[in-house]
Write a protein of this length. Sequence first.
Length: 162
Amino acid sequence: MSGILAIYPGSFDPLTHGHLDLIERGSRLFDRLIVAILTNIEKQPLFSLEERVAMLRAATAGMANVSIDTFSGLLVDYVRRKNARAILRGIRAFSDYEYELQMALMNRQLEPSIETVFLTPAEAYGHISSRLVKEIFQHGGSVKDLVPPVVEERLRQKVFPK
Ligand code: PNS
């Protein structure tokens, strides 16, 4: 397949409107986009890998050039295996920049042919993070404007099971 393939890696625990906004932007910019969920995150995730895959699949069902995958090990090794050209990451605020720059430079050192492309989500989503979504929901706050409906429903089932 020709065209530029990009990888959007992350933990997505869970997917937020900010992530989805970035996926939409990435799907318009690149010919194909793979959203790749890291399997071996150090922190204990709230959602299993299967649940995160299912939520991402449901939320991106209408995007023809977007697919969902999982990976373990080094990101650059996965990107190489997929023959992708770029890594997509989101920067919400200056506070993201230091960590993202460090990762981008390290990934470039590991594999100079792969470019990291940074996009900013819509302003309305600049303050959303998966960590805050979980915290707000666990304390009974509304996350309706922060995550897609499929994620809100899964959060309800997971955190407040009947
Ligand atoms: O959504 P996150 O948790 O900010 O995503 C971080 C992620 C998955 C992009 C990063 O932890 C990663 O790439 N992990 C894979 C291991 C790796 O390649 N580490 C070296 C990065 S320089």
